[in-house]
Design a protein around this ligand. Structure first.
Ligand code: PEP
Ligand code: MN
Length: 325
């Protein structure tokens, strides 16, 4: 961070504040201004509070997620599956765990058609309290059995830190859009090493999303996967922020994948949104798939069926082979 101080102002108070925060700095004097280069992370609002400050150039270059800190892509390994960089990883499964039999059947079918990671929610943060809320911890046990039966790694959403002990043998822990800024939850997830799939909040900026990731990284868990899942449009629809994929790849070294199902909210758009995401450079997808979408206990409208997945999976792999960035 560079702080520009007006030439006729004394930066002594500002420099004291910086050193009391443990931030090292270099001071340079130009003809019309004093320039302070701050070498450590500081709370920018503390700097703004000094009226000697004329301007602040904060390129966030010292964030844990920054490309400037780590040039190469972070690749997260879950069993044999690699997530990030030039690897393609497709996570798929029903929105919710509905029964033991159903999730095991889905897992076996999805494994056969080339899915890399099995997704399904045990705790469903639904907009309407009267909608199906998920099977909770019982559902999570069914998902673990489905993972074992199929050999697929599993990803499932956590909604509160009080359930964390039950996620010990979950391969990837999902933080949903609604919890992206649940900082107490993020701080607890920072204390473990399990990969965290951090979805972007529907109204969150890219900066807010990166800062949420920073809570996990700075707290000690280096395994963060970002997931663009659509942001709200003016007409109250969701749309994928395709440009965010490039921005995240430029600014961070973290893997980025896309959820075309929640982003489009309708199965008929899911293939096109998946192709667009891979063409834009995403390292993977998380897609909702149900054997009979009309019977799904949640999000049936946006679930593709198994044939739909076969087509999508093939197309995405072929496209990914053509993309060279
Ligand atoms: C989900 O993946 O099941 C989900 C609820 O997603 P989001 O948090 O993106 O709405
Ligand atoms: Mn869903």
């Amino acid at each position: 961070m560079l702080i520009i101080v007006k030439k006729d102002k004394d930066p002594a108070g500002l420099l004291d504040m910086l050193s009391s925060c443990g931030a090292h700095s270099n001071v340079g004097r130009a003809e019309s201004a004093i320039i302070i280069e701050v070498l450590d992370r500081v709370d920018i609002s503390r700097v703004k509070a000094f009226d000697c400050v004329w301007d602040i150039i904060d390129d966030n270059d010292n964030l844990c997620s920054s490309r400037a800190v780590r040039e190469e892509d972070t690749i997260i390994k879950v069993g044999d599956v690699k997530i990030g960089g030039r690897n393609l990883c497709v996570m798929a499964g029903p929105c919710s765990i509905e029964s033991e039999e159903h999730i095991i059947n889905m897992a076996l079918n999805l494994k056969e058609i080339g899915v890399d990671v099995l997704r399904a929610g045990a705790f469903k943060p639904r907009t309407c309290p009267y909608s199906f809320q998920g099977l909770g911890l019982t559902g999570l046990e069914y998902l673990k059995r489905a993972g074992k039966a199929s050999g697929l790694p599993i990803v499932s959403e956590i909604v509160s830190e009080r359930y964390l002990e039950h996620y010990d043998d979950v391969d990837i822990i999902q933080v949903g859009a609604r919890n992206m800024q649940n900082y107490e939850l993020l701080k607890e997830l920072a204390k473990i090493k399990t990969p965290i799939l951090l979805k972007r909040g529907v109204g969150s900026s890219i900066d807010e999303w990166i800062m949420a990731a920073e809570y996990i990284l700075a707290g000690g868990n280096p395994n963060v996967i970002l997931c663009e899942r659509g942001i709200k449009t003016n007409d109250n629809h969701n749309t994928i922020d395709i440009g965010a994929i490039s921005i995240i790849k430029e600014r961070t070294h973290l893997p980025i994948i896309v959820d075309p199902s929640h982003a489009s909210q309708n199965a008929k758009y899911v293939k096109a949104m998946s192709m667009a995401s891979i063409a834009a450079g995403a390292s993977g997808l998380i897609v909702e798939v149900h054997d009979t979408p009309q019977n799904a206990m949640s999000d049936g409208v946006q679930c593709i069926d198994l044939n739909g997945y076969r087509d999508l999976g093939d197309s995405v792999k072929r496209l990914h082979n053509l993309i060279n960035y």
